[in-house]
Design a protein around this ligand. Structure first.
Ligand SMILES: [Zn+2]
Length: 255
């Protein structure tokens, strides 16, 4: 029963995340503007605003103008529902589960905004950092000094990389938004899990980059936003980072 509720709650929250993903980069009102089709402006009635289901019923098109609706909408909803189910499974119904859910929502929104607009808005990265810095004072398992050192240390390291690319290689290899996103992740994940997150992000980024280079030969100077990979790494490290570190430890014969 709780599992089913977590999925339903996740679908509803995912539907709200879609609104944030669409409107935050356009500086539109997130709370008070009613849902509408981005092309014909037709209002979307509440009974057609059911997560995932509406998309299937309408076969991915607007009811009024038949404009295709981005598959991003059902994808974000399903992804959020999956995350909420995982959070309940791992943390049960607890205040910390709420914090983990908020963290995952931030990662989802950041990933999809970066995919589309190549930006990671300060409202999310710096706002989220402030939120999780405050949270570290209240959560006994997160030592706030460690959280701050990890977040700031990692952000400084990434800022160094950013300036290295910019000054030495004259390219913007990383955005400064990535630096702020790493700060947010470090504040919540702590040093070990953040290290796993950044490694997984870099690895998956390289793999996807290689895939594009191999299968789209014309476009060799390809650039990818790094935010979605950071989000993926952060998600994986949060749930499986400790297990992965323990496994790597056994490979190296560490006690
Ligand atoms: Zn329309």
């Amino acid at each position: 029963m709780e599992e089913a509720l977590s999925v339903v709650f996740g679908l509803i929250v995912g539907s709200f995340l879609n609104v944030v993903i669409h409107r935050l980069p356009l500086k539109q009102d997130i709370v008070f503007l009613p849902s509408h089709c981005p092309r014909c402006q037709a209002a979307i009635p509440f009974y057609l605003n059911v997560p995932v289901l509406s998309y299937v019923v309408l076969r991915g098109r607007c009811r009024s103008c038949r404009a295709p609706i981005s598959p991003r909408y059902p994808l974000v909803e399903a992804l959020t529902a999956f995350c909420f189910w995982l959070v309940l499974d791992r943390y049960g119904l607890s205040p910390h589960a709420g914090a983990v859910a908020v963290f995952l929502c931030l990662l989802i929104v950041l990933a999809f905004i970066d995919l589309r607009h190549w930006i990671l808005p300060d409202e999310l990265t710096l706002g989220g950092s402030a939120l999780f810095l405050a949270y570290s004072f209240f959560h006994p398992e997160i030592a706030w000094a460690n959280a701050v050192l990890t977040g700031l240390g990692a952000a400084l390291f990434f800022a160094g990389l950013f300036y290295f690319y910019l000054k030495v290689r004259k390219i913007e290899g990383l955005g400064f938004g990535d630096v702020k996103m790493v700060l947010l992740m470090g504040l919540f994940l702590g040093l070990h899990r953040l290290a796993v997150a950044v490694m997984l992000a870099s690895l998956s980024g390289v793999l996807v980059g290689l895939f594009f280079i191999l299968f789209r030969k014309k476009d060799l100077k390809l650039a990818l936003p790094f935010g979605p990979f950071l989000a993926l790494g952060g998600f994986a490290a949060l749930f499986w980072g400790d297990a992965l570190l323990a496994w790597v430890g056994t490979l190296w014969g560490l006690p």
